[in-house]
Ligand binder design. Structure first.
Ligand code: SF4
Ligand code: SF4
Ligand code: SF4
Length: 404
């Protein structure tokens, strides 16, 4: 069986219990019915069988996934896992939540279905994540309390932060201290922002200046290398880049995959299939089909006209953009289609964060070179090391060689 992993971003609802300014969801009360879950599961398993894939990652998101309640997830996990086991396949479940609806009632299913961990999101400073009543400050306070409760229950929490103008103004040092010091996190990830939906409708600082953003990212990378890298703090995507440039197997984010269409699809509560959550919620012109109405997911993905654009994008970029002459092409592949589409109205162009990526790749390369150099250096006893340090000129070499 192929070792390829297939990933599904599954949105059981687009409903949500908070009101972020930059939300691109069309929030609707519609929820994935337990009666339709076996059919959805069957379609996914048929596709895994057709493609000879053993494992399927399910990323449960929303809207807000927790509005479905823990009992709904308990049932969903059992239905899906049982069906997969009967066909010699496996689902691995991940949960992404805003945490606002978290309570102790979730602990059982989080430990059982999600291996005791979850992903959530918070920005620094938080200006745009808001409760329906109480605004951003109340959101931060409630979210921080829920984070502490989840951690106290033994749940591993990873946090995604979306950068905005306020983050750049705060600077990388304060940003890093907030996540690692104030919140005590050892695992967080920074994402570049993009306006889902028609770009001009979104308010706020989401069109960031590339050179300011590059300076911020490089500054944050340097702080993490100096303080976090060797002490167990994981900061994405820097950690994956260090793995890549030091020759380890790297789990790079989707924006730098060879082609995200090889690995991901997203399915919403109504069965709509698209490339990822950003597409399924914002761009109907790029829907691939409907998993409940089309009996064959494999055929849908192969024949969808909309999907062909994703498949052909890397080739088109190499022909039409300067990516071919870029030394980072093999790691970047032209970046993210949705970041490009939301900024330019076409995905057949390179990612508008190109210059930011180049700066971050160069920074990663420099740090990786230092790591490899340090690893290659001989381990020497203190006295010998003193001699090596002195070993600059011919006389000193002589002295060292003679052992004096
Ligand atoms: S938590 Fe997500 S779905 Fe809910 S309002 Fe915020 S961005 Fe939108
Ligand atoms: S469009 Fe962008 S965000 Fe969506 S899966 Fe592809 S690379 Fe990831
Ligand atoms: S860094 Fe820029 S030029 Fe290089 S591959 Fe990525 S998008 Fe293309």
């Amino acid at each position: 069986m192929s070792e390829r992993v297939f990933s599904v971003i599954l949105l059981p609802t687009s409903d949500c219990n908070v009101a972020c300014d930059y939300c691109f969801e069309h929030k609707e009360p519609h929820r994935l019915s337990p009666a339709l879950l076996p059919l959805l599961t069957k379609r996914l398993l048929d596709h895994l069988e057709n493609e000879d894939i053993e494992e399927c990652e399910i990323y449960w998101q929303g809207g807000e996934a927790m509005v479905m309640g823990p009992a709904w997830f308990e049932n969903a996990g059992e239905v899906m896992n049982r069906a997969a086991a009967q066909r010699g396949r496996q689902f691995v479940h991940y949960l992404q939540t805003n945490l606002i609806g978290y309570s102790q009632a979730w602990n059982g299913v989080i430990h059982k279905m999600f291996d005791g961990s979850l992903g959530t999101s918070m920005d620094y400073p938080n200006l745009y994540r808001k409760l329906f009543k109480g605004g951003a400050a109340a959101y931060t306070e409630l979210w921080t309390r829920k984070l502490r409760e989840a951690k106290a229950a033994g749940i591993g929490v990873g946090v995604i932060a979306v950068l905005h103008q306020g983050s750049l103004e705060a600077g990388p040092e304060r940003f890093y201290r907030y996540f690692t010091g104030d919140l005590g996190l050892t695992d967080f990830q920074v994402n570049t922002p993009f306006p889902g939906g028609p770009a001009k409708e979104v308010e706020g600082g989401f069109q960031l200046d590339s050179s300011e953003l590059a300076d911020f990212m490089v500054g944050l990378f340097d702080i993490w290398m100096a303080e976090g890298y060797s002490s167990g703090v994981s900061v994405g995507p820097f950690d994956a880049l260090i793995d890549h440039f030091t020759g380890k197997q790297a789990r790079l984010p989707c924006i730098w995959k060879e082609n995200c269409s090889n690995q991901f699809i997203s399915v919403d509560a109504k069965g709509t299939v698209a490339q990822c959550d950003c597409w399924v919620t914002s761009y109907p012109e790029y829907f691939f089909g409907n998993i409940f109405q089309d009996a064959d997911l494999t055929r849908m993905l192969k024949t969808s006209r909309a999907r062909r654009d994703f498949v052909e994008r890397p080739k088109r970029l190499v022909e039409d953009e300067d990516c071919l002459s870029c030394r980072y092409l093999s790691i970047c592949h032209g970046g993210c289609p949705v970041r490009t589409y939301s900024a330019l109205g076409t995905m057949m162009a390179k990612d508008p964060y190109c210059e930011v990526y180049k700066a971050v790749f160069a920074c990663a390369e420099t740090h990786a070179r230092e790591i490899l150099r340090a690893r290659a250096a001989p381990i020497v006893a203190p006295r010998q090391r003193h001699e090596v340090v002195l070993n600059h000129g011919p006389r000193q070499t002589e002295r060292t060689a003679s052992g004096s």
